[in-house]
Ligand binder design. Structure first.
Ligand code: UT7
Length: 317
């Protein structure tokens, strides 16, 4: 066998989908002992979206995936790998990826789900890039989709106020221009119980304050290492797209990294925390608002259940 040059991955296009039904803070005031003011001050969230009964992880991913494929200018049939990032499937088997591929008319791609909690999308994006570099795929659809509302106890005010449903998607392809930096990832299994659906139970339980402390103290170094490994100075980033968990976490990380607010994704305000969908939804919002220039470097970063985290610098589509 003769050696051939290593293919380089590039982000070609993104897409997003939010269910039409919304759950506002005043509506939550009628469900649990809370207030619009407390939620805004402690989380920055004003409203979130809730999927309809006939919407699922797969149907929302198909909506977002179709937009990402259209934005990429490729044909669905060109995709040879589909990775579905999610932690809110209502059952263990089967995963959503093959169903998503079928819904998009992608014939017989490799297909599997990736579950690293809210960090699932950034993990899946790294694996998509590695599959392209290794030559085992040429065009990859990565979806981040969550119907997390069935796992939320709407009598638990410490959890129900932050989460929402939605989906985002991205297409990565082998492209001479490259533009996907190395991933920096890791985990802290000692804190596994901080975000969990306890065995035999239906609802997500979270030690929000512990996760908050961990994220604001540990993720700054992760962000710095992701930029350093991509050889991109933090001041040269065109955008910072952190997991939309809580606006106070987003703003604290941006402050520590000295990234000005106008470069920071802050759509948690009207999406809530959509777990694995949050980074691709935020990316899609940046592109839709015309806030990005093709080829500019953005820092993507997510963290969540596990605890897990993953960050990488990716050039704008
Ligand atoms: O996406 C996966 C990763 N997850 C995250 O990143 C979540 C990170 N954590 C958070 O976003 C925040 O911790 C929460 C928004 C979940 C909670 O905010 P907090 O500022 O950390 O509040 P806390 O849990 O420390 O609670 C402070 C007080 C408590 O009252 P006492 O004990 O001081 O009297 C809570 O009972 O606020 C009370 N509280 C509320 N009050 C009104 C908790 N939730 C509410 C509420 N409305 N919804």
């Amino acid at each position: 066998m003769s050696a051939s040059p290593t293919p380089t991955p590039r982000l070609l296009g993104v897409g997003g989908y939010l269910p039409s039904r919304t759950l506002t803070n005043p509506a939550l005031e009628t469900m649990v002992e809370t207030s619009d003011q407390w939620i805004l001050e402690r989380t920055g969230i004003a409203t979130r979206h809730i999927a309809a009964d006939d919407e699922s992880v797969a149907t929302m991913a198909v909506e977002a995936g179709a937009k990402a494929i259209a934005a990429s200018g490729i044909d669905a049939s060109d995709i040879d790998l589909v990775l579905s990032a999610t932690c809110s499937m209502p059952y263990a088997v089967p995963g959503a990826a093959a169903t998503i591929a079928h819904g998009l008319g992608i014939p017989a791609p490799g297909a599997c789900d990736v579950n690293a909690g809210c960090a699932s999308f950034t993990y899946a994006l790294a694996w998509a890039a590695d599959a392209i570099k290794a030559g085992s795929a040429r065009r990859v659809l990565v979806t981040g989709s969550e119907k997390i509302s069935p796992f939320i106890d709407y009598t638990d005010r410490s959890v129900c106020i932050i989460f929402g449903d939605g989906a985002g998607a991205a297409v990565l392809a082998a492209d001479d221009r490259g533009g996907v930096g190395p991933v920096v990832w890791g985990s802290d299994g000692e804190q596994a119980a901080a975000i969990q659906v306890p065995a035999g139970e239906q609802y997500l339980r979270m030690d929000g304050a512990a996760v908050f402390r961990w994220a604001t103290s540990q993720m700054v170094d992760v962000a710095r290492r992701a930029c350093a490994s991509a050889n991109v100075a933090i001041e040269d980033l065109a955008a910072f797209v952190p997991h939309q968990a809580n606006l106070r976490i987003v703003d604290s990380l941006a402050r520590s990294l000295k990234i000005p607010t106008e470069k920071v994704s802050r759509n948690v305000v009207d999406t809530g925390n959509t777990s694995a969908a949050s980074v691709p939804l935020a990316l899609d919002r940046l592109v839709q608002e015309g806030r990005t220039t093709s080829g500019d470097p953005m820092l993507l970063m997510a963290f969540g259940a596990g605890l897990t985290y993953a960050a990488q610098v990716v050039n704008c589509p």
